[in-house]
Design a protein around this ligand. Sequence first.
Ligand code: AQP
Length: 341
Amino acid sequence: MGDMTSDRPRVLSGIQPTADSFHLGNYLGAVRQWVALQETHDAFYCVVDLHAITIQPHDPALLRQRTRVAAAQLLGAGLDPDNCTLFVQSHVPQHAELAWVMECMAGYGEAARMTQFKDRVARYGTDKIGVGVFTYPILQVADILLYQANQVPVGEDQRQHVELTRDLAQRFNSRFGETFVVPEPFIIKETAKIVDLQDPTAKMSKSAESQAGVVDVLDNPASIEKKLKRAVTDAETEIRFDEVNKPGVSNLLTIASTLSGTAVADLEASYAGKGYGALKTDVAEIVVNYLTPIRERTEKWLADEDTLDKVLSAGAVRAREVAEQTLVAAYDAVGFLPGPR
Ligand code: AQP
């Protein structure tokens, strides 16, 4: 596995296997940065299947399938198992073990203030959600702290959970002695919140009521084109970046700029005098051209499950080595007797 044990700063991030494909928000907000950071950082990335069962009831066969699809997509998007550690969260038991300790560090009110938890309560009511929906942010805390991560590449919606991680790491360190690196969120402003194509006031999200505004990485080209051509814009005609007054057009410019490497200002200039139709057609083409090789590589990985599973096993072995060191230190710090492990 190359020189991953070098002095490079660490990054850790995870993604849930809760859909048949990642969407463009997941890709631009997180996965794209993961691919870049493996070149400069000692990178740990996991498919967080423990998180995926917080929404109940779940289908075991579907979870198994989606876990492989998630891993295959990460490889298809450019993660290189020789240059980063890619693993499945449930293969590393230390995540659940540290989560309990961190749950005991967290305040009830503190956990209840998590926006994503409050959103779920508002949407489904407390009787319809499991305890896991309340505690998963603290499992996320454990996910990050186990790897002594310096940075956590995520989208804006995860900022609060990284802040919680910082708070609990600092609390633990001050009570029991320096044990954890206190991580920073790594959020690229431009792509921190990709919005829904049909409702540009909402983030692109797999749990959107309609999938018409959600572009999946594994979507077929015809479907991607259709969704982009129907994207909601505004009543003006000018192609200009203005997130407040023109969120739909700005989102299209962000997507085009990030995937093509052309600055937003240059795009604005090149569309002077042109209509929204031209922009949508071009963005559709850019997105299809960008995603097609990712989809094809993903399909290749999925066609060879044995190799995929071997990559994930090797990743889990390496992840466990690091996670175990941190867990042993944390267990010792809180006063658990050393025992056989
Ligand atoms: N719209 C988005 N823009 C930018 N980044 C985003 N992320 C998610 N949506 C956007 C980032 O994707 C990473 C993976 O997050 P996840 O596995 O928790 O995915 P998710 O949040 O479950 O995806 P959804 O679609 O947002 O799910 P629901 O609908 O359940 O809330 C994270 O880094 C996240 O920030």
